[in-house]
Write a protein that binds this ligand. Structure first.
Ligand SMILES: Nc1ncnc2c1ncn2[C@@H]1O[C@H](COP(=O)(O)OP(=O)(O)OP(=O)(O)O)[C@@H](O)[C@H]1O
Length: 582
């Protein structure tokens, strides 16, 4: 019931059209209900008295009714669709906006396929009910009650006798409704899983092919598809069992009406005209009941789809832009201070597991270049993710220019930190748009400057459409290193006081890497820069090197200082030297 009330909220923006639709529907139904009455009059007054004029009058009235009903149906159909589309529009807009606000912790676990199926199929199911099913149910109920009212008024005895099977039919409807709900729940859930399998397969098709796993993937999909088939068949069986029974009980209404009606006419207890009208009216009972099974299907689908949509909408945003502080970010210079910071992911138990980061105390002055080294999984990416508040610290405090990052306006803070992430993502747009993603108003000159610093300008110039070259989804058409350089240019263009390079040059060859670092020297001037890299060549120019081991800082100092100590840095240095001399 709560779900229904919540859905009704979405009708509010188009309430004018809802009212128009309902009024037209009531009008259409009433007009419909008067037609059999007119037929009765044709028989009882027109034909009985052989009054052709009267017959003509009633026939014209019947024709008028058809015209009025058709016009009402036309307007009502349009307004109904408008209401449905408005609901879809609003729901999609809300869901998309919420997805934009949800934080990294949510996307760490979210399944893209599930989200896609909620955004499309589930919302569509909700629309089918709100924009159509609910109105059809209302029409049915109105026709049913109105018909019985007219019939009772004309001859209550035959009406009641004809309706003897209605309680049985109601019971069949009740049972069907109870059973089909969970079946629709399963269908919606399986659709989500099917979409997830499809989406993962397409995103990872290169891995699938490289490992020759097409057949296995095909089987995986087939299994999901079969599950979907079986669940739908179970549901269809329920329909197959329930619908004919409902039809049968409905048909009996007609049969009993014919029998008792004929008896009443024969005994002069009912006029022939009423008998004829009853033939018409009984369809006003049978039709809504026959349709009920189908409408219940639409309703149950929506009732199972709506919670899937609302689940996303109700997911709290743990790091929200509007919940952040209001400190102006304009004057951020780039002094960064980690004060006894600890961090664990939301699904970790801090009482049982050590945090991803523990006891981190680090003070970085504006303009310093800090290299962060450490074995894979030591927490390097997590450390820098805290600065942009992708995640919040679990303990301690992280200050930028002496102000807790939580006190800054969130979007502003993120614009002040230029990140070249470990995994490059490019949009299917032009190279220019990709570089200017963070600064859409950037001039061509600025874009070219950033591209030159990232050592990608001459490559772009050499492409047939230069900066207007369209790159495919995820940057298809560019090599890994080229993609990384476009991402680097994107960060440089933001002109941020804090620059973060997370393995930003890992995919480029050593010569290009060295050229990029030459260029970056100028870019880094005056900016606080964090460089995460495995190759020592990339950290050579750092003012300070920080070594992480299992979430803790174990070494800190200049290149020379660290080299003089036993530890991770020296062994890494020796290993790379040995590898280079082989
Ligand atoms: N979303 C997550 N949820 C739970 N644990 C995570 C999550 N992301 C990373 N981890 C864990 O946190 C630890 C630190 O990961 P992080 O990515 O910070 O390491 P890293 O030093 O940057 O590694 P690499 O050099 O391989 O990129 C790892 O042990 C990883 O398994």
């Amino acid at each position: 019931m709560n779900m229904m009330l919540r859905l009704l909220k979405y009708l509010r923006p188009s309430r004018k059209w809802v009212v128009i639709s309902v009024l037209l529907l009531v009008f259409g139904t009433i007009v419909d209900l008067t037609a059999p009455w007119l037929l009765k009059e044709v028989f009882d007054k027109g034909i009985a008295d052989k009054n052709v004029k009267m017959v003509l009058g009633f026939t014209l009235a019947l024709a008028g009714i058809q015209v009025a009903k058709s016009i009402a149906m036309f307007v009502q159909g349009r307004s109904q669709e408008l209401v449905g589309q408005n609901v879809i529009f609003k729901l999609r807009e809300e869901m998309y906006a919420h997805l934009q606000r949800l934080s990294f912790s949510y996307y760490d676990k979210a399944q893209t396929g599930q989200l896609m199926s909620r955004m499309t199929g589930d919302i569509e199911s909700v629309k089918n009910f709100i924009g159509f099913g609910a109105m059809a149910m209302f029409t049915g109920a109105l026709t049913f009650v109105g018909t019985i009212g007219f019939m009772l008024f004309m001859n209550w005895q035959v009406t009641l006798l004809s309706m003897a099977t209605i309680p049985l039919l109601m019971y069949a409807v009740f049972r069907f409704n109870k059973k089909v709900g969970p079946a629709w729940g399963q269908v919606r859930e399986q659709m989500g899983k099917l979409t997830t399998t499809l989406q993962e397969n397409i995103s990872g098709i290169r891995v699938v092919k490289a490992f020759a796993r097409e057949t296995v993937e095909q089987r995986k999909f087939e299994a999901r598809n079969e599950d979907n088939f079986a669940t739908n068949m179970d549901r269809a069986k329920m329909e197959a069992a329930a619908f004919p029974l409902m039809n049968f009980y409905g048909g009996i209404v007609f049969v009993t009406m014919v029998w008792f009606g004929a008896l009443y006419v024969a005994n002069d207890k009912m006029s022939f005209g009423t008998f004829m009208a009853f033939q018409w009216y009984t369809w006003g009972i049978i039709w809504p009941l026959n349709m009920l099974g189908w409408q219940i299907n639409i309703m149950q689908q929506a009732m199972k789809a709506a919670p899937r949509v609302f689940e996303v909408l109700d997911t709290p945003v743990d790091i929200a832009a509007d919940a952040g502080g209001s400190r102006d970010v304009k004057r951020i210079e780039g002094n960064v201070e980690f004060n006894d910071v600890a961090f664990h992911f939301a699904d970790q138990d801090p009482d049982k597991e050590a945090g991803v980061l523990e006891d981190i105390s680090l003070s970085v002055r504006q303009g310093e270049v800090i290299a962060v080294l450490g074995a894979t999984g030591s927490g390097k990416s997590s450390l820098i993710a805290l600065m942009s508040r992708f995640y919040d610290v679990s303990r301690g405090a992280l200050l930028i220019d002496g102000v807790d990052v939580k006190d800054y306006e969130l979007e502003g803070l993120r614009r002040k930190i230029g990140i070249v992430p470990q995994e490059t993502f490019l949009f299917s747009a032009t190279i220019r748009e990709n570089i200017a993603y963070g600064v859409p108003e950037a001039t061509q000159e600025q874009i070219e400057w950033a591209a030159s610093k990232a050592q990608i300008h001459s490559f772009i110039e050499g492409m047939p459409f230069g900066y207007d070259t369209l790159i495919g989804e995820r940057g298809v058409g560019l090599s890994g290193g080229q993609r990384q350089r476009v991402a680097l240019a994107r960060a440089i263009l933001m002109d941020p006081p804090i620059l973060v390079l997370d393995e930003a040059t890992a995919s480029v060859d050593t010569a290009t890497e060295s050229a990029i670092h030459e260029e970056l020297l100028e870019v880094m001037k005056g900016r606080t820069t964090f460089i995460i890299a495995q190759r020592l060549s990339s950290v050579k120019r750092a003012d300070r090197i920080v070594v992480l081991d299992r979430g803790r800082i174990v070494q800190q100092g200049t290149h020379r200082e660290l080299f003089a100590q036993e530890g991770f840095f020296r062994s890494l240095f020796q290993m790379q030297e040995a590898a280079a001399s082989r």
